[in-house]
Design a protein around this ligand. Structure first.
Ligand code: C5P
Length: 227
């Protein structure tokens, strides 16, 4: 079987990472969650005091970009890799609402995208990779053999996110989650650099009404056709 690159893009909380993880496991491929990388840079900026209210000190962040060391470390108990920021496991912290509220503003910064896209491309040189994000099929791997673009209604996605955060013990309100999902969609889709959009050759999955098992089966069948 030949090794390929699988790019999974789409709106937030469409279940991209759950499916991408499952697919990578089934194919014995590497899985990379690029959202975790943007989230870790956001956490770094927050901890460094570069984000006050809605204002971002872009210049200071850009000057310190070289101090940000990001690594995925595989956790064999969990069966997937966790995000490390300068040697610290930040997997839990990067998924909190406070990071979600700031991440899209950090993701518009060109220098941040350049750094992260270069790392992502390096991780994929040998193929055999499933990568999920917003610009994987359009910018990171425009030649990916299989591209999937996932959508679902904002309400379905907000419910999914709400349940996830509740399970993690966060004190949150559904309306805030829906607002965050819609705001991020807007910023991600309208930014000047690498906006979220479906690559022309991507297969669209609207999973508002499809169960996880059905979605996984469809995705797996698509990958077998290319491999
Ligand atoms: O996938 P996730 O929802 O964790 O991504 C968090 C944010 O990171 C997105 O809303 C988007 O602003 C940014 N992102 C991006 N490009 C990617 C992956 C994520 O701009 N490839």
């Amino acid at each position: 079987m030949k090794k390929i690159t699988i790019a999974i893009d789409g709106f937030s909380s469409t279940g991209k990472s759950t499916l991408a993880k499952q697919l990578a496991k089934k194919l014995h491929y590497i899985y990379v969650d690029t959202g975790a990388m943007y989230r870790a840079v956001t956490l770094f900026a927050m901890r460094s005091g570069f984000i006050e209210e809605d204002k971002i000190d872009e210049d200071s962040l850009i000057k310190t970009l070289d101090d940000i060391d990001l690594k995925f470390v595989f956790n064999s108990n969990l069966g997937f890799a966790e995000m490390y920021l300068n040697g610290e496991n930040v997997e839990k912290e990067i998924r909190t609402m406070s990071v979600s509220k700031n991440v899209s503003q950090i993701s518009v910064i060109a220098a941040v995208r350049e750094k992260l896209v270069a790392m992502q491309q390096a991780m994929g040189v040998d193929k055999g990779i499933v990568m999920d994000g917003r610009d994987i099929g359009t910018v990171v791997f425009p030649d990916a053999e299989l591209k999937i673009f996932m959508t679902a209604s904002p309400e379905k996605r907000a419910v999914r996110r709400y349940k996830e955060l509740l399970d993690r013990g966060e004190d949150i309100v559904y309306a805030d989650i829906l607002e965050n999902v819609q705001k991020r969609d807007h910023i991600d889709s309208n930014r000047a650099i690498s906006p979220l959009k479906r690559a022309e050759d991507a297969i669209e999955f609207d999973n508002s009404d499809l169960g996880l098992e059905d979605q996984f089966q469809r995705m797996y069948e698509h990958s077998l056709r290319v491999i």
